[in-house]
Design a binder for this molecule. Sequence first.
Ligand code: X2X
Length: 333
Amino acid sequence: MKLKRLFSALAAGAALTALCATAQAREYSVSTVLSDAFPWGQAAQKWADLVNERSEGRITLRVYPNAQLVAGDQTKEFSAMRSGLIDMAVGSTINWSPQVPELNLFSLPFLMKNDADLDAITQGEAGKLAFAAIEQRGIVPLAWGENGFRQLSNSAKPVRSPADLAGLKIRVVGSPLFQDTFTALGANPTQMSWADAKPALTTGAVDGQENPLSVFDVARVDQVGQKYLTLWDYMADPLVFAVNQRVWKSLPEEDRELLSQAAIDAGKWEIELSRGAQAQRLADVRERGVEVIELSDAERAAFVEATASVHEKWAPRIGDALMGAARKAVAQP
Ligand code: X2X
């Protein structure tokens, strides 16, 4: 009799535990533009894996790549997250800059020379101000990742100077600053989503594009006739791990902490992974017959000079405080 009661008590206990687990189990959508074939998608997947593991399966982050939650229109991702259509995202500063003008900072041509400059910005005062700007627009930013320093490719010729770009049709992302940069360089920029970029390169509707080496390599952009790759490191787009504000407010403090720390860890992991693969990617791309053009200091300087007007036009939209903090960060030896 005693034993029977013990068994039924145990059974009830197990049922209750199962019920609690279901009641608490939550699933959230995470939007990305690139899939887990790319460091970007891997960053989001790492976040999901860490959250799943650390919450012991209580919290599931489901990653939706290819900007599919916004029908491929990556510049709508931020708005969709703000409205609650998307719970979370790992997004590029480029794609969010139409709604958060301060994020145009990272797109300013030749503001940052290298990883050290990028880190000095994201890890310092400027990074805090950029996150504050995101927060002001109703989204909670948690951590940085990176898409990477962006390089220029085309199908026509080696590009070593702004003059070489004259009249070349270049696919750019749908963020207005890029229109200004490539116009200043004498090219003919055409805005389109990443989803439309590869078909446009394939048909020759555009002559060139700009993206990090990882994207050029993984998407096999060389296979659609992009034979020339200019390494000019003209800007880098960091990724931001972020959460819709209502979702954030609905979470208990310990889950916020868990999500936030997992995002920080996933971001660090992805940045290291991405930077660590650069040399091999470059070797692979060369191996596949791409002509890689490296610029001398003087050649780079000509591009810097040609795009100075973009800084003048966009600095006021980015704001004095953020511009000042970023300039200070990149001036550090
Ligand atoms: O569209 C692009 O070029 C990409 C994939 O790099 C971004 O989403 C910013």
